[in-house]
Design a protein around this ligand. Structure first.
Ligand SMILES: Nc1ncnc2c1ncn2[C@@H]1O[C@H](COP(=O)(O)OP(=O)(O)OP(=O)(O)O)[C@@H](O)[C@H]1O
Ligand SMILES: [Mg+2]
Length: 222
């Protein structure tokens, strides 16, 4: 379970302040499939980065399974991020000097050795429809393939929480549905999914849809 209590994020720099999140309360139960929608700049990516422990709230607290993550020591927080959380970034960056397979396997090197990680990576890439690109380098694949490789990378450590920031953003409708089926299966297996999208047609995949508006959650529907 993830519990965010009165979280705010204020970005300051070059003289102006942006209140990207403004006192958000949110509880997400294990196994939920939450979709977050909202206009550009409303704070969706900021919210995901806070829920995933990638960025620290200016005010408020985030608990994951009963632990206040910013009261944990660095080692335990890294371990939580590495084992339990899979993050699909809005703007995925792969390491340019590693091929697709090596990029997908990379996060597993930060957790205890897992048997058969190479096979698992190949299987994930196959499921995501880019099994033919395992030995290509990032500059040799398309934007949508890059996105799919970054989804495989987020899933390699078998996380219990998947945070996905517009994971189907650059994809055609057919590929988008294939990716959504992968997320649906992940969710059926008990994983928590929190996903940002601009596509209202994807709401049917969610157990809960939240709309963000300038730093607030304005509307929740089940
Ligand atoms: N690192 C940063 N420094 C300063 N301001 C930031 C930073 N990151 C985000 N912002 C600002 O915070 C607000 C929320 O940004 P955020 O990226 O969370 O929006 P979003 O809802 O994900 O938008 P989009 O749909 O365009 O991805 C915006 O006004 C943005 O300009
Ligand atoms: Mg965003």
């Amino acid at each position: 379970m993830i519990v965010a209590s009165r979280i705010s994020k204020i970005y300051s720099g070059n003289g102006n302040e942006v209140r990207a999140l403004d006192g958000v309360d949110l509880t997400i139960q294990s196994g939920e499939f939450v979709i977050i929608i909202g206009r550009s700049g409303s704070g969706k990516s900021t919210l995901l980065s806070l829920l995933g422990g990638l960025s620290r709230p200016t005010h408020g607290s985030i608990e994951i399974d009963g632990n206040d993550i910013w009261k944990m020591n660095d080692k335990d927080l890294s371990k939580l991020r590495g084992h339990e959380i899979g993050f699909v970034f809005q703007f995925p960056g792969l390491m340019p000097t590693l091929d697709v397979l090596e990029n997908v396997i990379l996060p597993s090197s930060f957790v205890e050795k897992r048997e058969g990680v190479g096979d698992r990576a190949i299987k994930l890439l196959d499921t995501l429809g880019i099994g033919g690109k395992v030995n290509s380098f990032p500059h040799q694949i398309s934007g949508g393939e890059l996105k799919r490789a970054s989804i495989a990378r987020a899933l390699i450590n078998d996380p219990s929480i998947i945070l996905a920031d517009e994971p189907t953003g650059d994809l055609d409708a057919e590929t988008e549905m294939e990716i959504m089926e992968v997320f649906r299966q992940m969710n059926d297996e008990g994983r928590t999914i929190i996903m940002v999208t601009h596509n209202p047609d994807l709401s049917s995949f969610a157990s809960r849809v939240m709309r963000m508006d300038t730093g607030h959650i304005r509307l929740e529907a089940r």
